[in-house]
Design a protein around this ligand. Structure first.
Ligand code: HEM
Length: 461
C-alpha cells in the first residue's frame, strides 16, 4: 500500500527494490533476505513495506493465535484468485469465511475422505498402466503433466462424481488454460508483457475457460439440487456440501456452492500433483530410501492395490512425502494483511501491512532443522515431530485456515505413490536438470521428465 509508514519497520534493505528483480528468483531473494536481516525483516517495493516472517512462534501468532487480526484481502493471492474463484473458502474472510468453513469441514474429515480410496487407486492404476506401456516402448514420460491430469481427475470425481463426464475433455482443457495463464499473471493492470501477443492469446484462452467452467459448474450444481444425490453411488463432496447446514439451519447458496466447487477443483489438484512430482524426484535422487519404500510396500501390500485401511502401515511412504514437501513445499508463499494494528516481536505493525511467510525458507531454518538440505524421512517419526516447535513445518498452512484438503491430499498422495511405486521405478533423465521455480506453486521449471521401468517382482535397481 503506497504511503505506509516507514518508521519502526524491521531491518531490511533501505532502497525500494524492483519487483521484476524479486520475481526473477523469489526463493533466492527470500533466503538472502532472512540470512542478511534475520527472522523478522522487511523490504520496500513499489513504495510499500513488505514484512517477512521466518520464525515458528511469529508464524503461529499470525496464522493461529491472533488470526482474526490478519486478512487475505488485498494480498497477492486475493488479486490473482478472486477474479477466478469468486469468494470461496480460499479467498473469503471474516464471518463469510467462517460460515463456509463450518459448512464444508465435515465433508473433508479423514473418515469421509477415506471413502474415496478406490476412486483414487483406480485412477493411479490407470496411470501406472500408461507408464508401463511407455516403459515397454522405451519412452520417457512427463511425470508432472501426468500427475496433474491424475489429480484433476481424482478431485473432480470426488467432488462431482460421474456428472463431470458430461462436460467431456473440455473440463481438463479449461483447467489447463487457466493454470497456464495464472502461472504468469499477477492480476495487476500494468503488468509488464501485457502487450505481448502470447500473453494476450493466453489471456483470451483464460477468459473463455473461466466462463466455460463457471457454466459447467452452475449446471452441475443446479441439476444436483433438482434431482438430489444419485442413488447408484456413494455421496460425493458436492452432495455432502449440499446437505450441510449451519447452526441456524441455513445451507450454502448456489453462488457459494459454485465458488466452492471451483475453489476445490483449482486448489485441490495442482498442489497435490506437485507434491507427488517432488516426491518421486527426491526418491530418484535417494535410491536407498526408494528401496526402503519398495520394501515397505512389499511387506504391507505384497502386490495388491492399497486401501485406506493400509495407510497407518504405509508409514515410510508417508514420511517420504512429508519430507519431500518440506524441501519442496508446493505452496511456497503464504501472505496476509494486518486488518488491525498488531505487534510482532516488539515492532508495531500498522493496519494494512503486508506480511509474507515462506514455507521454503521456514522449512530450511537452521535453528530448527539439522542439515536442512538433506532428505531425511526420519524427521517425521512421531518422536521427531513432537520435539519440533509448532508451525516450523507448514506445507498446509496453520491455524484455523489450515488447508481443508490436507487429509484428502495426504490420503491421495500416499495411495497414488503406493500404487505406482509397487509397479514402476521412475528414473531421472541424464542432462535434464530439475530446478525448482516459484510460480503460483513450486514446480520443476523445465518439467519433470523421467523414464519408467517396470519392476519385476518388486525388485528395482
Ligand atoms: C499437497 C497438496 C496441498 C497443499 C500443499 C496445500 C496447501 C495449502 C495451504 C498452504 C493453504 C493455506 C493458505 C493460506 O493460509 O494462505 C491451503 C488452503 C486451502 N486448501 Fe490446500 N493444499 C493442498 C491440497 C488441497 C486439496 C486436495 C484441496 C481440496 C480438495 C485443498 C483446498 C484448500 C482450500 C479450500 C484452502 C483454503 C482453506 C481456508 O482458508 O479455510 N487443498 N492449502
Amino acid at each position: 500500500m503506497p504511503g505506509s509508514p516507514v518508521h519502526n519497520r524491521p531491518p531490511g534493505p533501505a532502497d525500494d527494490l524492483d519487483l521484476a528483480g524479486i520475481r526473477a528468483d523469489p526463493l533466492d531473494f527470500l533466503t538472502a533476505l532472512a540470512a542478511d536481516y534475520g527472522d523478522l525483516c522487511s523490504h520496500r517495493t513499489r513504495g510499500e513495506a513488505v514484512w517477512f516472517v521466518n520464525r515458528p512462534d511469529l508464524v503461529r501468532h499470525i496464522l493461529k493465535d491472533n488470526y482474526t487480526a490478519w486478512t487475505k484481502a488485498g494480498t497477492p493471492d486475493d488479486f490473482m484468485l478472486t477474479p477466478l474463484l469468486g469468494k470461496g473458502l480460499l479467498t473469503s474472510d471474516g464471518p463469510a469465511w467462517e460460515r463456509q468453513r463450518r459448512l464444508c469441514a465435515p465433508a473433508f474429515r479423514g473418515r469421509q475422505v477415506e471413502e474415496f480410496d478406490t476412486l483414487m487407486t483406480d485412477a493411479a492404476e490407470d496411470l501406472a498402466a500408461t507408464w508401463e506401456k511407455a516403459a515397454a516402448e522405451g519412452r520417457m514420460v512427463r511425470v508432472d503433466h501426468d500427475f496433474t491430469a491424475l489429480t484433476l481427475r481424482i478431485v473432480a470425481d470426488a467432488l462431482l462424481g460421474a456428472d463431470l463426464a458430461a462436460a467431456g475433455p473440455g473440463f481438463g482443457r479449461a483447467v489447463d488454460d487457466i493454470n497456464r495463464f495464472i502461472g504468469h499473471f499477477d492480476g495487476e493492470p500494468a503488468q509488464p508483457g501485457a502487450d505481448d501477443p502470447e500473453f494476450a492469446r493466453s489471456g483470451r484462452a483464460y477468459a473463455a475457460a473461466r466462463s466455460f467452467l463457471a457454466r459447467v459448474v452452475g449446471v452441475l450444481v443446479a441439476a444436483r439440487r433438482f434431482t438430489g444425490p444419485p442413488v447408484d453411488r456413494p455421496a460425493d463432496l458436492l452432495d455432502r456440501m449440499l446437505a450441510s447446514r449451519d447452526a441456524h439451519g441455513d445451507a450454502l447458496t448456489d453462488r457459494e456452492l459454485h465458488d466452492q466447487v471451483l475453489t476445490m477443483v483449482m486448489a485441490g489438484h495442482e498442489t497435490t500433483a506437485k507434491a507427488l512430482s517432488w516426491t518421486v524426484h527426491v526418491l530418484d535422487r535417494h535410491p536407498e530410501h526408494a528401496a526402503a519404500v519398495r520394501a515397505e510396500l512389499a511387506t504391507v501390500l505384497g502386490g495388491r492395490v492399497p486401501r485406506a485401511a493400509d495407510l497407518p502401515r504405509l508409514d515410510l511412504t508417508r514420511r517420504c512425502l512429508e519430507e519431500a514437501i518440506r524441501l519442496y513445499p508446493p505452496v511456497w508463499l503464504i501472505s496476509r494483511r494486518a486488518a488491525t494494528a498488531d505487534v510482532l516481536d516488539g515492532y508495531d505493525v500498522p493496519a494494512g501491512t503486508l506480511v509474507c511467510i515462506s514455507p521454503w525458507t521456514l522449512h530450511r531454518h537452521p535453528a530448527v532443522w539439522d542439515a536442512p538440505e538433506e532428505f531425511r524421512p526420519e524427521r517425521f517419526t512421531a518422536a521427531a515431530r513432537q520435539a519440533r516447535p509448532g508451525h516450523a513445518y507448514v506445507p498446509f498452512g496453520g491455524g484455523p485456515r489450515v488447508c481443508i484438503g490436507q487429509s484428502f491430499a495426504t490420503t491421495e498422495a500416499v495411495l497414488v505413490l503406493a500404487t505406482v511405486l509397487q509397479r514402476l521405478e521412475l528414473r531421472g533423465v541424464a542432462g535434464h536438470a530439475v530446478v525448482p521455480e516459484a510460480l503460483v506453486t513450486l514446480r520443476p521449471r523445465d518439467g519433470l521428465l523421467m523414464t519408467p521401468h517396470v519392476l519385476a517382482g518388486g525388485v528395482g535397481r
